[in-house]
Design a protein around this ligand. Structure first.
Ligand SMILES: [Zn+2]
Length: 169
């Protein structure tokens, strides 16, 4: 239960150019605002809850570029299919995950309360986890940290790029 007493903190920096993250966040926020406005009837930000957010995520899938194989597809589970198939394109899990993070921050920057932040809702986390599981199976790509291969020496190319002069010394 913390009351907002530092409202001006986020709005002070308008002269510095926006970072990539900040401008992406602003774009995402505008897209989401537009999405709410286009609902019939339009949804105001104060009415917005996690089911709007879930619908928004599903809506975004039509613009996705990641092939997610259906169970019947012969390429199901293949990370690198040899031929095209008719399976749908979706938003990649990683993009959705990052998007939710940006929108969650933007919501609070626009005066939303952290307690009612629909982007922080457990239902969103559950949805994202399902997308992740489903996509990792369908695409044959586990979203885990890859096991570190044993590397005994730094790749030579790396050294050349970092210290080009030492080559001829
Ligand atoms: Zn397929």
């Amino acid at each position: 239960m913390n009351s907002k007493d530092d409202q001006g903190s986020a709005s002070a920096s308008s002269q510095a150019p926006l970072s990539r993250y900040e401008s992406q966040k602003r774009r995402d926020w505008n897209t989401f605002g537009q999405y709410l406005k286009n609902q019939r009837p339009p949804v105001s930000l104060s009415q917005c809850n996690c089911s709007h957010v879930l619908e928004f995520l599903r809506y975004l899938d039509q613009f996705g570029k990641t092939k997610v194989h259906l169970h019947g597809c012969v390429f199901f589970g293949q990370p690198d299919p040899p031929a095209p198939c008719t399976c749908p394109l979706r938003q990649a899990w990683g993009s959705l995950d990052a998007l939710i993070g940006r929108l969650r921050a933007a919501y609070e920057e626009h005066g939303g309360s952290p307690e009612t932040n629909p982007f922080g809702n457990g239902a969103i986390r559950v949805y994202l986890r399902e997308v992740k599981d489903c996509q990792s199976k369908a695409r044959g790509i586990p979203y885990k940290k890859k096991k570190k291969r044993k590397i005994n020496h730094k790749p030579v190319d790396d050294l050349l790029i970092n210290n080009p002069k030492q080559q001829h010394a």
